[in-house]
Design a protein around this ligand. Structure first.
Ligand SMILES: Cc1ncc(C[n+]2csc(CCOP(=O)(O)OP(=O)(O)O)c2C)c(N)n1
Ligand SMILES: CC(=O)[C@@H](O)[C@H](O)COP(=O)(O)O
Ligand SMILES: [Mg+2]
Length: 628
């Protein structure tokens, strides 16, 4: 056990293995993956599905000279293990550990960083063009899943690449799944291709042809091409990729190592754009994941024997609170519709989808389209609620401005995973949305302190607001026991949790919990109780309250789950500065850099945004004036 993988770790090169060792290597790889990911958590099912594909790719191509661009990159664990990172694999997705995504900073075998979907063909095309411009002749390969193939960016790249005739290879890894079931016309088209046996027929024809005209190994591809041209019938139905100018090869069995090796040998160094359609099974080799690929797309620690998750919480997740409330709102108002961009289960939208299938739209991985589609619906009096992760909405920035806000359309954005998300790291931290939304005219931005307030804000956003409105809430479990503070939501009004003297702490959303604990410690230290405010509205700010508070307080602290620049605190600072008010404002927020991976609590602690850190920063700032 561990022998073959350890050999690769020692030699740093899978190419030194004998071909007959590759099957046992795949077996060992699956065991290793399971034994580790059941402890660290991670994107298990996608990785189990690409074991043979990755092993064959890295056996035939020469890394790092040849460049493999993994789309999203959540399925690059095997690649990491094969390229010298087995020894660090137990640190996967942990603080200061191995990233769950490709990262050129981590290894020169990682050609391009990713985390968001549908970028691989564009990036690979750019890398191939750069190769040509520099007179090099390495191979460039994009590996993209069927789910990621629903993203518009992929088609912009195909459109560019096919016309351009740049030689590079696209491997379409089709497991018929996005995170949930894949949807849309492209997915249907892939299904129709999957069931055809054109590649096998082509191979049969080729064999007959070869028996008549002897050919040697490397020329195989050229012969295949000739066979193809002489057997046009096989291609009459045509894959859409042929129309884009790619040579289409497939569908091929992505778990048949021999077939993968043969194809990759044949296409290596080809001089035109080629797309290989590979069929795989998500979760392959681990029954709980094969039977339930959705939940095993991304998992926390689990029991390997049963597949059951280990972490349980008595509190509901923010997404679950959102989902439950949406059903209630949907029952009362038939104008409400739900939109997701391939994140139905992640955003808690499943119950709404089940209850109102005609009023629920999974637009696939298409945040830009989802936003403009919502604008279209809103322009006709429908009330769309688009539930979308904060970092993925970054894609639709122009659509938010141009299609929604400029026309002041009543679109509700339920921004899930706002703030620090944890183990996914830099690519997924939702720490920009306050900065990229709050300066847009007409946009209302709300941040709930707890589960109850999320429900109230949703009701308010759907039934009371008129223009565009965004409610941002974090990943994880929602606080439910703030029984004492249940004031109704009023446009542009903050909620005063506690009046105070000297210091005022203004909290954004769920940060109020840590702020309350920090405030308690300050009072235990003998300071006057600080004023505590739950801002609720980040845009527009409650300017009346900001003025009022200066009567009793001269030290203002803002606390938020966002980067500092352009965030909530900097807006407060701007307000006082523009008005010429002489008051000390300190912003407690994430620093202006890409925030690394780690658990949410580790990251809040590292950046001084947990209760302890907030307490220390306030104490440090005011220490002198209080003589402490
Ligand atoms: C822009 C963007 N939207 C949504 C996601 C979330 N997401 C990550 S993987 C994934 C499904 C991808 O499906 P596919 O490409 O087929 O890969 P598979 O996991 O099936 O191998 C989704 C929706 C993302 N990473 N980026
Ligand atoms: C790779 C990707 O983008 C998603 O799978 C993401 O990791 C999901 O995040 P959650 O676990 O927060 O739903
Ligand atoms: Mg897929």
């Amino acid at each position: 056990m561990g022998g073959l993988l350890d050999r690769i770790q020692a030699t740093g090169d899978i190419k030194k293995m004998k071909e007959e060792e590759l099957e046992p290597l795949c077996k060992e790889m699956r065991r290793f993956l399971l034994q580790n990911v059941c402890k660290t958590g991670g994107h298990l099912a996608s990785n189990l599905g690409v074991v043979e594909l990755t092993v064959a790719l890295e056996y035939i191509f020469n890394l790092p000279e040849d460049k493999i661009v993994w789309d999203v990159g959540h399925q690059a664990y095997i690649h990491k293990i094969l390229t010298g990172r087995k020894k660090d694999f137990s640190t996967l997705r942990q603080l200061d550990g191995l990233s769950g995504f490709p990262k050129p900073k981590e290894s020169d075998a990682d050609a391009f960083a990713a985390g968001h979907s549908s970028t691989s063909i564009s990036a690979a095309l750019g890398i191939a063009k750069a190769r040509d411009l520099q007179g090099k002749n390495n191979n460039v390969i994009a590996v993209i899943g069927d789910g990621s193939m629903t993203g518009g960016l992929a088609y912009e790249a195909l459109n560019n690449a096919g016309r351009d005739k740049t030689n590079f290879i696209v491997i379409l890894n089709d497991n018929q799944m996005s995170i949930d079931n894949n949807v849309g016309a492209i997915s249907k088209h892939l299904n129709s291709l999957r069931t055809s046996n054109r590649y096998r027929t082509l191979k049969e024809n080729f064999k007959q042809f070869r028996d008549q005209v002897p050919v040697l190994g490397k020329a195989t591809y050229l012969v295949l091409e000739k066979v193809r041209d002489s057997a046009k019938l096989l291609f009459l139905e045509g894959a859409v990729f042929e129309e884009f100018g790619f040579k289409y090869i497939g569908p091929v069995d992505g778990h048949n190592l021999e077939e993968m090796l043969e194809i990759f040998r044949n296409v290596k160094d080809a001089q035109e754009p080629i797309l290989i359609h590979v069929k795989t099974t998500k979760g392959k080799g681990y029954l709980p994941a094969e039977n339930n690929p959705g939940p095993f797309h991304g998992v926390g620690p689990f029991d390997m024997k049963t597949g059951n998750g280990l972490s349980k919480s008595e509190h509901p997740s923010w997404s679950a609170v959102f989902g439950k409330k949406m059903v209630e709102l949907g029952e009362k108002n038939p104008k409400i519709v739900g939109i997701t961009a391939a994140m139905c289960s992640g955003t808690g939208f499943e119950a709404f989808q089940a209850a109102f299938p005609d009023r629920f739209f999974d637009v696939a991985i298409a945040e830009q389209h989802g936003t403009t589609f919502a604008a279209g619906l809103a322009s006709q009096g429908i009330i769309p609620v688009f539930a979308v992760y904060s970092s993925f909405l970054q894609r639709a920035y122009d659509q938010v401005i141009h299609d929604v806000c400029m026309e002041n359309l009543h679109v509700v954005f339920a921004i899930d995973r706002a703030g620090i998300v944890g183990a996914d790291g830099e690519t997924h931290q939702g720490v920009f949305d306050l900065s990229y939304l709050t300066h847009i005219p007409n946009m209302t931005v709300l941040s709930p302190k707890n589960a109850w307030e999320l429900e109230e804000m949703l009701e308010y956003a759907v039934n009371v607001c008129e223009g565009p409105v965004a409610i941002r809430y974090p990943r994880g479990t929602a606080e439910i026991d703030f029984a004492e503070h249940k004031q109704p939501i009023c446009y542009g009004k903050a909620e005063v949790i506690q009046k105070g003297k000297g210091i005022a702490i203004l909290a954004e959303g769920h940060m109020l919990q840590a702020v309350k604990q920090a405030a308690e410690r300050l009072t235990q230290d003998g300071l006057d109780a600080p004023a505590l405010v739950n801002m609720r509205f980040i845009s527009p700010l409650d300017e009346e309250l900001l003025l009022e508070i200066t009567k009793d307080c001269n030290e203002i602290f803002t606390v938020e789950d966002n980067l500092r620049k352009g965030g909530f605190g900097s807006k407060v600072l701007e307000f006082y500065s523009d008005g010429g008010y002489r008051i000390s404002v300190t912003n407690l927020a994430f620093p202006d850099k890409f925030i690394e991976q780690g658990s949410q609590s580790q990251l809040f602690a590292r950046y001084g945004l947990d209760a302890e850190g907030i307490y220390r920063k306030i104490k440090g700032k005011i220490g002198e004036s209080y003589g402490r």
